[in-house]
Design a binder for this molecule. Structure first.
Ligand code: AR6
Length: 185
């Protein structure tokens, strides 16, 4: 195994933690850390739209027409356009305002609702970025606990073939590496 990857099995689900680029993942779905407008942005959102091509934005526009904006903590699904992943699940994490504005629950909802949407679409493998910890400034130590706990709570009810946590930086990867065996045990 490379220094930048960890693998384990929780219940019946293969879990991988990788330091990598989410747009390169070959899971059936990748998750986008979007904003409520669903109209694209910077960070991982920008990278996914660039790599996936205009099809994804066209589908987001259709969702906007029928369902309006995507509230924080909720998730919607589009195709993956030119990506290796067949689907993109767009979720909206909370902006960090110090932690007393329901941020933990909203971040948990973003992970859980993404997995529930995947499950309801018969998607068996899914990659997550570190939602809210870039432009939205959620502290990575706190956010990683929530990400891993939210996924554990869903996996205690349903199993998937594979779930990946894709961290862009070595620092974020090392934090997940330190925590994963404690939370998903
Ligand atoms: N692969 C994996 N992770 C990435 C990639 C990538 N290609 N690019 C960035 N990251 P952010 P947020 C990491 O800011 O905090 C957007 O403008 C990044 O290093 O993308 O939820 C949206 O439109 C960080 O660790 O998302 C929203 O307006 C993590 O992804 C807003 O930013 C999340 O950083 C959402 O902010």
């Amino acid at each position: 195994m490379k220094d930048s990857s960890i693998e384990l099995i929780y219940k019946d689900t293969q879990i991988k933690v990788l330091q990598d680029d989410i747009t390169k993942q070959d899971t059936e779905a990748i998750v986008n850390a979007a904003n409520s407008s669903l109209m694209g942005g910077g960070g991982v959102d920008g990278a996914i739209h660039r790599a996936g091509g205009p099809q994804i934005l066209e589908e987001c526009k259709e969702i906007r027409k029928t369902k309006g904006k995507c509230p924080t903590g909720e998730a919607v699904i589009t195709s993956g356009g030119n990506l290796r992943a067949k689907y993109v699940i767009h979720t909206v994490g909370p902006i960090w305002h110090g932690g007393d504005n329901n941020e933990p629950q909203l971040l948990k909802n973003a992970y859980k609702n993404s997995l529930i949407l995947a499950y309801n679409n018969n998607i068996n493998s899914i990659s997550f970025p570190s939602i809210s910890t870039g432009a939205y400034r959620y502290p990575i130590e706190k956010a990683s606990d929530i990400a891993l706990t939210a996924v554990k709570e869903i996996l205690d009810k349903h199993s998937f073939k594979e779930i990946r946590f894709i961290l862009f930086s070595k620092n974020d990867f090392d934090i997940y590496k330190r925590k994963i065996n404690h939370i998903l045990k």
